[in-house]
Design a protein around this ligand. Structure first.
Ligand code: ATP
Ligand code: MG
Length: 445
C-alpha cells in the first residue's frame, strides 16, 4: 500500500532538480580532497572512534556530525557507526549503556557529552528481526548489516555520509556530497515507502530544510502531501521530542511556514491550524511570529529555551479566543483563562504528550498574564515570586511588542526587576526543602 496520490498539488511549490534516486557506486573522498579536520571533531567522539578502531572494529562518524562539518557548521552532536555489536560496545566502554527498543543503540557518556553509537544495520522487510505494522511502519529493526546496508537504510542522502577514522576519508554511497553542494534534501529510495516506514521522516525533512536552508527534492516533497496523514498514528511521546526539535532548530518561523505549506500542522497543533485556516486575527499571527523570532534569537545566542514557552506561544491564539468567549459569558479573566487553558491543553495532549512539568508551566504562563496589569501594592511582589515569572514576563513582552498589551507594561516590569532582587526562597523552594529534610530524616531513621 502507498500513501494516497496527490500529485496534483505538485505545481504549488518549487522543486529541486530531479535525478535517479540512488547511485550504487561508492565514492571515496580522500583526506586531501575534503575539509573535515580532526580538530573540529569532539575529543570524546575521537576517543570512541580510536578505541573501536584499535580494537579491530570499523568505526566512522556519520549523520549530522559529518553533514554539518561539510557545511562549515558546528555539529549539535556526534554519532558513530561501527560493526561492533551493542554487547561488544558495552564491554569496550564502561561508561556506556544500551538504549532503545525500536533500534538498539549504545550511549557512551563523557561528562555532559553523550556519543551515540549504532551498529551497522541493514533494512530488509523480510528479515524476522524487522517488525512492520499493517501500514508498513517499522516497529522494530535490529538486523545487523554491512556499512553499505547501513547507508541506504538512513533517511536522507546528506545524512548518510561516513567519515572513516581508518584513513580520514569520506565514504559516499548515496550521492550525498552532490546534494550537500546543491543544498538538496533527498530521501534515499522510494519516498512514499520511506515515509510509510517512518512518518516522522516528514518532520525531519522540514526540520533540516528549515535549519540548513535546503530545498526538499521533488519526490521527497511531493510524497509529504500523500503521506502526511500517517503522522496521526505516531505515538504522542515521540511527537513531543520531534516537535521540540522542530521549534528549537533555530529557524522556527520557517518551520511553521513549512508545516503549513505541507499541511502537517494539523497533526501537531490542530487548534492553531484551524485558527490559521479561518480568517486569522492579524495581531495573533504577529504574536506567534514574534514569539518564534524571539525563540530563534535565543537559540542562535545559545540562551536557554523551554518547551513550556514554545507551547505557550503556539497554543495562545486558541486559549485567548476561548477565554474571550468565556469572559463574554460573565466569567472573570483569570478563571476564564484557567478554563480555556485546561480545555486547549487537554485537546493538545491527545496529539503531543507534553510532560507535566512543561504543561503546568505553560498554563501558569497563561494565567499569569492578567496579573502583569496589577502594578499596585503587594501584587507585583507576589507575581515576581512565582517560579514561572521569568517566562511569563518574556511572554508578556512579546504581547506588548505586537500591541496586544500596552507597550509601557513591559518597560514597567523591566524596571521593576532592576530594582528588586529575584526571590531566592520562594514558597515552592521552602516546600521542596521541607520534603527533602523529611525524606532525609526518614532515610536516616
Ligand atoms: P541533528 O543531530 O543535527 O539533529 P542528525 O542527522 O544527526 O541531525 P539524529 O537524530 O542525531 O539526526 O540521527 C543521526 C542519524 O541517524 C541521521 O543523520 C540519520 O542518518 C539516521 N536517522 C535518524 N533518524 C532516522 C530515521 N527516522 N530514519 C532513518 N535514519 C535516521
Ligand atoms: Mg545527530
Amino acid at each position: 500500500m502507498k500513501c494516497y496520490d496527490s500529485r496534483i498539488l505538485l505545481d504549488y511549490f518549487n522543486v529541486a532538480s530531479d535525478k535517479e534516486a540512488n547511485s550504487d557506486k561508492l565514492a571515496i573522498i580522500s583526506r586531501t580532497n575534503h575539509n573535515i579536520s580532526r580538530k573540529s571533531i569532539s575529543e570524546s567522539a575521537l576517543k570512541v572512534l580510536y578505541r573501536l578502531s584499535n580494537s579491530g572494529f570499523r568505526a566512522c562518524l556519520v549523520g549530522g556530525g559529518v553533514r554539518d562539518l561539510l557545511l562549515g557548521l558546528q555539529p549539535k552532536d556526534f554519532d558513530v557507526a561501527t560493526d561492533a555489536t551493542p554487547e561488544e560496545l558495552r564491554s569496550l566502554f564502561r561508561n556506556s549503556r544500551i538504549i532503545g527498543r525500536r533500534f538498539r543503540l549504545v550511549h557512551i557518556r563523557f561528562g555532559r557529552e553523550i556519543i551515540e553509537v549504532a551498529t551497522f544495520r541493514s533494512h530488509s522487510s523480510d528479515s524476522p528481526k524487522t517488525e512492520l505494522n499493517t501500514e508498513g511502519r517499522i516497529l522494530r529493526d535490529n538486523t545487523f548489516g554491512d556499512i553499505e546496508d547501513d547507508a541506504i537504510r538512513r533517511d536522507f542522502t546528506v545524512n548518510a555520509l561516513y567519515y572513516d577514522i581508518a584513513n580520514f576519508s569520506i565514504l559516499d554511497y548515496t550521492n550525498g556530497l552532490e546534494d550537500i553542494e546543491t543544498r538538496t534534501l533527498r530521501l534515499i529510495g522510494d519516498a512514499e515507502t520511506r515515509y510509510q516506514e517512518d512518518p516522522v521522516r516528514m518532520l525531519r525533512a522540514i526540520r533540516f530544510a528549515a535549519k540548513l536552508d535546503f530545498e526538499i527534492e521533488r519526490h521527497s516533497a511531493e510524497a509529504i502531501f500523500a503521506c502526511g496523514s500517517l503522522l496521526a498514528d505516531i505515538p504522542p511521546a515521540r511527537l513531543f521530542d520531534e516537535t521540540v526539535k522542530l521549534f528549537h532548530s533555530g529557524n522556527a518561523t520557517r518551520v511553521l511556514e513549512l508545516l503549513r505549506h505541507y499541511h502537517l500542522l494539523q497533526y501537531l497543533f490542530p487548534a492553531l491550524d484551524e485558527l490559521l485556516g479561518l480568517e486569522p486575527d492579524e495581531a495573533m499571527l504577529d504574536f506567534v511570529d514574534q514569539g518564534l523570532v524571539n525563540t530563534d534569537i535565543r537559540i542562535n545566542n545559545n540562551q536557554h529555551v523551554s518547551p513550556a514557552f514554545m507551547f505557550a506561544i503556539l497554543l495562545w491564539p486558541a486559549v485567548h479566543q476561548q477565554a474571550m468567549n468565556l469572559q463574554s459569558s460573565k466569567l472573570k479573566i483569570i478563571p476564564a483563562l484557567f478554563q480555556a487553558g485546561s480545555s486547549v491543553m487537554s485537546r493538545q495532549l491527545k496529539h503531543i504528550s507534553i510532560p507535566r512539568r512543561f504543561s503546568q508551566m505553560t498554563r501558569d504562563i497563561w494565567t499569569a498574564q492578567p496579573k502583569f496589569q496589577r502594578t499596585q501594592g503587594k501584587q507585583p511582589a507576589r507575581l515576581f515570586a512565582q517560579p514561572c515569572f521569568r517566562a511569563a514576563y518574556d511572554f508578556m513582552c512579546i504581547q506588548s511588542m505586537v500591541s496586544l498589551v500596552p507597550g509601557n507594561l513591559c518597560q514597567w516590569w523591566t524596571e521593576y526587576q532592576q530594582q528588586h532582587q529575584a526571590p531566592t526562597n520562594t514558597k515552592l523552594q521552602q516546600r521542596d526543602n521541607g520534603n527533602y529534610r523529611r525524606r532525609r530524616r526518614r532515610n536516616a531513621g
